[in-house]
Design a protein around this ligand. Structure first.
Ligand SMILES: Cc1cc2nc3c(=O)[nH]c(=O)nc-3n(C[C@H](O)[C@H](O)[C@H](O)COP(=O)(O)OP(=O)(O)OC[C@H]3O[C@@H](n4cnc5c(N)ncnc54)[C@H](O)[C@@H]3O)c2cc1C
Length: 566
């Protein structure tokens, strides 16, 4: 394999992570290729023939038996950049090829006549499971290649707009949370981007522009429009009746997907935003077993997302379930989706977790995405570099976010309604907050008013001491709200699932004379796990454990449902 001349010098190149180069581009021996021949079919390409087309369905993984393949990147603005050249013994694929129908992020052309073994998605998953050692090497390479694509901004859409605009933050957040490579250009300092803006003359409301690799230009798209345009949903199989539909791909839903799919059940997972759920927004999870130095929620859940796909779970993201028909007219539940489609399954696992609570502050909605944030990822942290910020909340997630933001902002004013943290936060976090000089703890304090406008976002905040009633104001452009969450159960209305007084789903009790299993709701075949479940521990480890446990109950339910009536 050779790298394109000049690529090594580029700091953000595909190969910037030199230390893991051999793991990223391993060469298979003749004996190893012999072992995996049974998973694929031989394909031949003439010199110059296109094997992979950006934006079109990727045929699968090519293992090169002879000839070379040149990989190039096309960015939709007409720029084509050579990236890498594969030769005999290399395999040509990245993690997207684990799911059939996923679109290619790059172009690939034969250089010289090529003979290759083509392993389509389903057979590739079978190979990874059947050939444990080789499978591990291939899986690692596929993940590292995606990481390199993301780090190098290679493949995927180009976003054009001001880096601090709410539209850019929203779309970047969506692509980052879903582990998709993308590239951002600021028309203020990039001529190509300025030319595109001049040509399409968008109004202020139509920015940012997004240019997909096939040249389609979207004006300030919703995340669903963007997802559709870049082929995120092209792999969905219509009309299939799954064994289990999982609603939510936070830690609980991902865990169900991994265990259920690895035990032979057909699984579809829907999430309206991204994989990872609340945990995906956590800068550092320090209490998850096996990670003594902590792990970011995104890194942990990205691994689980890849693992679920390795076992064949269909991931439908971003897709919201708007309602459910629990009549089971033809033996299956029908879930209605926000794009007008339906999804059918014999059993349903509710893993829809919780949604951020909104305190009662005038104008709050006006500033959401324009200075009001419900999570603190590196994207939001960039916006408050060297500024003073407010963080509201006294729980563990608030504590983690405060420590994280303190590394970027000049000062974090941490506002708590009560008079202490001991009742709501782990003591290790309290110690850390107290040891961080630029976090100021403000007890018995709440936000009184937000000021600013829709164009420039939040400009100024007034806060009040609850004991004295005294109000203070400050030039603050970013407020982080970590005041808890409410269960996401509205879409279950009419199904007959029993809820507790807080709206959380009750499981495992006797309802209508029937004893439900441990994680089963009052409706047979509908199970609930994780934060949405009444009495659950509201921790990553708890949701993951319940995701594994529910699969045993699913097997029992599906076996009973398919047994002939005596
Ligand atoms: C900032 C932060 C930091 C945290 N840090 C820690 C920590 O360090 N350690 C720890 O143990 N716990 C931590 N937690 C708590 C932990 O993240 C949660 O307990 C855990 O994520 C719950 O997992 P879940 O799968 O039950 O639900 P969630 O993570 O809430 O996931 C639910 C998913 O369902 C989706 N969804 C909801 N409704 C629908 C619908 N109708 N259609 C489709 N999709 C839907 C949502 O988009 C979401 O992705 C933290 C939470 C936050 C917010």
């Amino acid at each position: 394999m050779s790298l394109h001349p000049g690529l090594d010098e580029a700091p953000a190149s595909l190969f910037a992570k030199r230390p893991r180069y051999d793991q990223t581009f391993p060469v298979l021996t003749a004996a190893e290729i012999g072992r995996i021949r049974r998973f694929g079919d031989i394909r031949r390409f003439k010199d110059g023939e296109q094997m992979i087309r950006t934006g079109a369905a990727h045929p699968g993984m090519f293992v090169l038996l002879s000839g070379n393949v040149a990989i190039t990147q096309r960015d939709g603005l007409g720029n084509v950049t050579p990236r890498v050249e594969y030769s005999q013994g290399h395999f040509v694929a990245e993690i997207g090829q684990l799911s059939g129908g996923r679109v290619a992020l790059v172009d690939g052309h034969a250089e010289g006549d090529v003979e290759a073994l083509l392993i389509p998605a389903g057979r590739l998953r079978a190979l990874l499971v059947a050939e444990a050692d080789l499978g591990e090497r291939i899986m690692r390479a596929l993940i590292l290649r995606r990481v390199n694509l993301i780090q190098g901004g290679v493949g995927g859409p180009t976003m054009i707009g001001s880096p601090t605009s709410s539209g850019m933050v929203r779309l970047q957040g969506f692509l980052t949370r879903n582990g998709l490579p993308h590239h951002s250009l600021d028309p203020a300092d990039d001529k190509d981007a300025a030319d595109v803006v001049a040509r399409y003359a968008p109004s202020a409301q139509e920015l940012p522009l997004v240019v997909t690799p096939d040249g389609t230009v979207l004006r300030n798209p919703t995340v669903s429009e963007l997802a559709r345009a870049i082929g995120m949903l092209d792999h969905i199989v219509k009309g299939k009746v799954y064994d289990v539909a999982v609603v939510g791909s936070g830690p609980g839903g991902l865990s169900t997907a991994v265990y259920a799919a690895s035990e032979g059940l057909s699984v579809a997972v829907c999430d309206e935003r991204s994989f990872g759920g609340q945990a995906g927004a956590s800068a550092r999870i320090e209490n998850y077993l096996g990670f003594p130095t902590g792990i970011s929620g995104l890194a942990l859940t990205a691994r689980a997302f890849n693992q679920a796909q390795k076992f064949g779970a269909d991931m439908l993201i971003p897709v919201a379930v708007t309602s459910i028909d629990c009549q089971r007219a033809n033996g299956a539940f029908t879930l209605r989706l926000n794009d007008g489609e339906t999804l059918r399954a014999k059993a349903v696992v509710v893993a829809s977790g919780a949604r951020y609570r909104r305190p009662n502050i005038d104008n709050l909605a006006k500033f959401e995405g324009r200075g009001i944030w419900y999570w603190a990822s590196p994207i939001e942290a960039q916006l408050c570099r060297q500024q003073e910020v407010i963080l509201v909340g006294g729980g563990n997630s608030a504590g983690q976010a405060a420590v994280f933001l303190a590394g970027h902002a000049a000062k974090v004013r941490m506002m708590i309604r009560g008079d202490g943290l001991a009742a709501s936060m782990s003591s290790y976090l309290i110690d850390r907050i107290e040891a961080t000089p630029n976090i100021e703890l403000m007890y018995a304090t709440e936000i009184a008013a937000l000021e600013g406008d829709e164009m420039s976002g939040l400009q100024r905040v007034r806060w009040r001491n609850r004991l004295s009633g005294a109000e203070t104001a400050g030039e603050i452009r970013n407020v982080f709200l970590f005041v808890g969450a409410d269960p996401a159960t509205g879409w279950l209305d009419g199904c007959g699932v029993n809820l507790d007084r807080g709206g959380f789903i009750i499981t495992g009790t006797t309802a209508n004379g029937r004893v439900a299993q441990a994680l089963e709701t009052s409706v047979p075949g509908v199970f609930a796990i994780g934060d949405v479940r009444s009495g659950s521990v509201k921790r990553v480890g708890g949701a993951i454990g319940e995701g594994a446990q529910v699969v045993a109950a699913l097997h029992g339910y599906l076996a009973d449902a398919s047994a002939p009536l005596s």
